[in-house]
Ligand binder design. Structure first.
Ligand code: ZN
Ligand code: ZN
Length: 248
């Protein structure tokens, strides 16, 4: 049981950072630059948490910022909680206003990401993500036993909840607070900030989407930002966009 719990926590943090640093701040927002092997390292950790095609994830997320809390936003809770949480995932392909070829050109040219995208067929790409995620846990099962495999799988499923939870919780004004008077519904929610490695400071993020730093008040703990700063010191990240508000 101790093994199960400690491996779960270890894997949860790693996979969550894969989503926040890899999928979100690096791929979706280009909030810093990194050598390709560093990018692949974080993106792989996110992919193994069942996050899906990196091109799909980043393109949909960029559309969320572009159309935030309007009827073109892929997952605004203003238009239904069910759609904001899981409903939007159930489509077969991109709606007309979301197009990776024009909105994620930087990612489309990467052959690995293009392969994982499977021509933009959402169902096929999700199935591939699931198959690779399960295969990874079977390899863990073979080499390290059932506790490690199960803890890893559970951590992946738990991490998958991060962006889904964010889409809903952090866009319901009464559930959090704003540091910035943005025109959208985004709010900072402290417990999402902790569980989502800093992404719960979502109002800060919508105010400065290109910043690699989301926590800007002393209590807004942002583990992803700490790791990005360590990466910069080690020469594994560059051109890091810092919040212009710093610690307020
Ligand atoms: Zn948002
Ligand atoms: Zn974002």
């Amino acid at each position: 049981m101790v093994t199960l719990l400690s491996v779960f926590i270890f894997c949860y943090i790693l996979h969550a950072l894969g989503v926040t640093i890899g999928y979100h701040r690096l791929l979706s927002h280009r909030a810093f630059t990194a050598p390709k092997f560093v990018e692949y390292f974080w993106v792989l950790l996110g992919y193994l948490a069942f996050e899906g095609s990196p091109i799909w994830w980043a393109t949909v997320h960029r559309a969320h910022h572009r159309h935030v809390d309007t009827d073109l936003d892929p997952h605004s809770p203003r238009y239904g909680l069910k759609n904001a949480h899981l409903g939007w995932l159930m489509h077969d392909n991109y709606p007309a206003h979301i197009d990776p070829d024009t909105q994620a050109k930087d990612l489309v040219k990467d052959p690995i990401y293009r392969f994982l995208e499977l021509g933009g067929d959402w169902n096929k790409a999700h199935a591939l993500t699931f198959a690779i995620g399960i295969t990874f846990r079977l390899i863990l099962l073979y080499f390290f036993g059932w506790q490690v495999a199960l803890a890893s799988a559970l951590a992946g499923v738990a991490v998958l909840q991060i962006p889904l939870m964010l889409n809903v919780i952090c866009h319901i004004p009464k559930l959090g607070y704003k540091n910035f008077a943005t025109t959208d519904d985004s709010v900072n929610v402290w417990w999402v900030g902790i569980l989502a490695m800093g992404e719960g400071w979502h109002n800060n993020h919508h105010a400065e989407p290109g910043s690699a730093q989301t926590g800007i008040k002393p209590w807004e703990f942002d583990l992803s930002w700490i790791i990005i700063r360590v990466m910069k010191r080690l020469g594994l990240a560059d051109n890091v966009n810092k919040s212009k508000y710093g610690i307020m």
